[in-house]
Design a protein around this ligand. Sequence first.
Ligand SMILES: NC(=O)c1ccc[n+]([C@@H]2O[C@H](COP(=O)([O-])OP(=O)(O)OC[C@H]3O[C@@H](n4cnc5c(N)ncnc54)[C@H](OP(=O)(O)O)[C@@H]3O)[C@@H](O)[C@H]2O)c1
Length: 304
Amino acid sequence: MGGGTLSLVLGGLGVLLLYRVLRRLRPGARVQDSVVVITGASSGLGKECARVFHAAGARLVLCGRHAGRLQDVVQELSQASAQSQTQTYTPSTVTFDLAEEESLDRAAEEILQCYGQVDILINNAGISYRGNILDTALSVQRAVMDTNYFGPIALTQALLPSMVRRRSGHIVAISSIQGKIALPYRSAYGASKHATQAYFDCLRAEVERHGVGVTVISPGYIRTNLSLNAVTGDGSKYGVLDKTTAMGRDPRDVAKAVLEAVRRRRKDVLLAGPLPALAVYLRHLCPALFFKVMSLRARKEQRP
Ligand SMILES: NC(=O)c1ccc[n+]([C@@H]2O[C@H](COP(=O)([O-])OP(=O)(O)OC[C@H]3O[C@@H](n4cnc5c(N)ncnc54)[C@H](OP(=O)(O)O)[C@@H]3O)[C@@H](O)[C@H]2O)c1
């Protein structure tokens, strides 16, 4: 490498380092007293986000399909409040099904009525899918898209005008590493998360000038009931706790990373180990090798 090239590389690295340091020094977004809406707050990552944001002093609106489950979370959080040093608030709840498009405008209105505004929307709710494309009904592909993609974007679009009017707000999309790379036998899920990544990347660029921030979080496996609740190609419940999910990250750690990403106004966060992270780069830098590995994986896994 010539002297000129070396100086250029070192200069580039220096600028990158300086940018990172300056970004860290920027004042973080305020969570204390902010109104934070969390979908899928009844279990898994959503429930942990509820715990973490509640402890940080946020005014929560917890969403899910089952009022009873949401009330259980409210009760748990209220008990935790007794030991908290921070000022905490009893969460509100709003019950709706993301797959029922016609109910989402009403849900958005109900959410706005809780505190008169939304500061942070965390689009977390989702379902997974396990199946062979050959045996998967189109209705199942649509149903997964409705819950993971059309529902969250409809809710986002219903709440967005109030954020734009106030020139303030933050929207989080809990995507997945499967929004960046596609794995065999996960077509409906991977497609819904790829769509999520694309939509929220577009949204970020479009609403930045209105003072609204967008963060896409792409975790690898998290230890939740996601695979147990997954649907199969005929629409029945998969009902298996996959080994990969059982050995996944602690949802509390992921929830803390979500809080940090909001505070730091991060735009895109990949929460994955070195090997899955390498696969994301491989997909773009050496697609032929990535496709070969996926094809071998598909043969090995062979789903009926
Ligand atoms: N676990 C992982 O390995 C992993 C990895 C990467 C990304 N993620 C993502 O993390 C997010 C949370 O999933 P999780 O792992 O915490 O799974 P989970 O424990 O199964 O939680 C899913 C949540 O979504 C809600 N939900 C499902 N369908 C809904 C619908 N039609 N309308 C409204 N709410 C609905 C559920 O609430 P009710 O059933 O009470 O309505 C539940 O609270 C998902 O977006 C998932 O894709 C998970």
